[in-house]
Ligand binder design. Structure first.
Ligand code: ADE
Length: 404
């Protein structure tokens, strides 16, 4: 528990943007009397968000959003502070859902979710709980929520924090870019230079992973289903090909698609001996573990968080049971990146509390002025100044009559 407190202190020291918002919350108490129910990766940066909400007057209950990502020392420190925290590392599926239910039992006014499992529960088994609104952290969660919105089944408004510029441009790209490699380094202890790295998906996460792979000296291959993203990957200097071809060359495979069975039996068959598989997407469905299991004669843990599957003619290595490599093996995204994402979260929660009556049961972006506020504060705490438009420039931009 002591180590949990120290991790939180280190994160707090480096989350200066959220620190500014925390000062506002301390003064203005915008969340006084509200209950906030959270399902997030319980680690040090998340604890700093929880402490910020409490400064704002909220009562908080939290659990994990993945059975393997909780850091127990941090969860224990939160409990020691008197916060209702139901997360524990290595929960079974039943225990995981039991913990989500305990957050619902707390009768939250606002939900903060990562992956939308908690929100999903409120649309099925737990219709007894009414909330004012929710915020969602991640791409996968937003995809699920937009599908619910399309089907007209959403019961409350949701802010897609993921879609804020100060979130996806930094967290998804530079955060995932660094933390995925951090997880792979820790799991494998291998050199990346000269390796063939196959990255499935060229969304913002895939781009970040590819960018850093290039910097590490890897030969990067991208697989995509979207023609525009594929074209971007080509012009960013990467080889693009279907997985049926890429699977023959890859030394390391990383999935970041949000989709199911992206790497499966037909690909395992063609892989090289020693191929390493990791997933950076929210759910452990991108690499087909059932196929891997059924094609193997045996398996064993060769290193912490790395399973060796013996397929008879070759061995394939799966990191972190195909779960989020950056959070299971590493500590999640770097602190300065989560500083922005969780500032967006804090402002989204305040926005829901203050504006829920005006909102429909839809998925909203974080209002642009709040997104820009986070960018401004971040620049300020980094000591970076920028220019302002002169009056002449403002006038020029609004004058459509000018030309050559
Ligand atoms: N730490 C807490 N939440 C996280 C997330 N969604 N991604 C990476 N690191 C995190």
């Amino acid at each position: 528990m002591e180590s949990g407190y120290r991790k939180i202190e280190w994160a707090e020291r480096n989350m200066k943007t959220l620190g500014r918002i925390r000062e506002e919350f301390r003064r203005e108490k915008p969340l006084e009397g509200y209950r906030i129910g959270m399902a997030l990766h319980v680690e040090a940066k998340t604890a700093v968000l929880v402490k910020t909400l409490i400064e704002g007057g909220a009562d908080v209950a939290i659990t994990g959003c993945n059975p393997l990502s909780t850091q127990d020392d941090v969860a224990n420190a939160l409990r020691d502070m008197g916060i209702k925290c139901f997360a524990r590392r290595g929960m079974s599926k039943e225990e995981y859902y039991e913990a989500l239910n305990r957050v619902v039992d707390f009768k939250p006014d606002v939900i903060v979710d990562d992956g939308a499992d908690l929100i999903f529960l409120l649309h099925g088994e737990r219709l007894d709980c009414d909330v004012l609104g929710a915020s969602e952290e991640t791409t996968t969660g937003v995809m699920r929520l937009k599908a619910m919105e399309r089907e007209g089944v959403l019961r409350f408004p949701v802010i897609a924090v993921n879609d804020a510029y100060t979130k996806f441009l930094f967290d998804n790209r530079y955060g995932t870019g660094q933390s995925t490699w951090d997880g792979i380094f820790r799991a494998t202890n291998m050199l990346i230079a000269g390796k063939n790295v196959v990255i499935a998906g060229y969304g913002w996460c895939g781009r970040g992973i590819a960018l850093r792979a290039k910097g590490l000296g890897a030969n990067v291959i991208v697989t995509e289903v979207d023609e525009i993203r594929a074209l971007e990957a080509v012009m960013d200097g990467f080889k693009v090909m279907p997985m049926r071809d890429a699977c023959k060359f890859g030394d390391i495979f990383i999935t970041a698609t949000g989709n199911v069975n992206v790497i499966r039996g037909e690909h395992f068959k063609l892989m090289k001996d020693g191929a390493i598989l990791a997933n950076a997407g929210h759910f452990n469905v991108e690499i087909s573990i059932p196929d891997l299991e059924s094609m193997s004669v045996s398996k064993r843990e060769i290193r912490r968080y790395m399973t060796e599957y013996d397929l008879g003619d070759k061995k394939i290595y799966l990191i972190a049971e195909g779960r989020l490599v950056n959070l299971v093996v590493g500590d999640g995204h770097p602190i300065e990146v989560m500083d922005m994402s969780f500032s967006d979260q804090a402002l989204a929660i305040r926005y829901i509390v203050e504006n829920h009556e005006k909102l429909e049961n839809r998925v909203y972006r974080l209002p642009e002025e709040l997104d820009r506020k986070v960018a401004r504060l971040k620049l300020e705490v980094m000591g970076v100044e920028i220019d302002e438009l002169t009056e002449e420039q403002v006038a020029y931009l609004s004058d459509w009559r000018h030309g050559t």
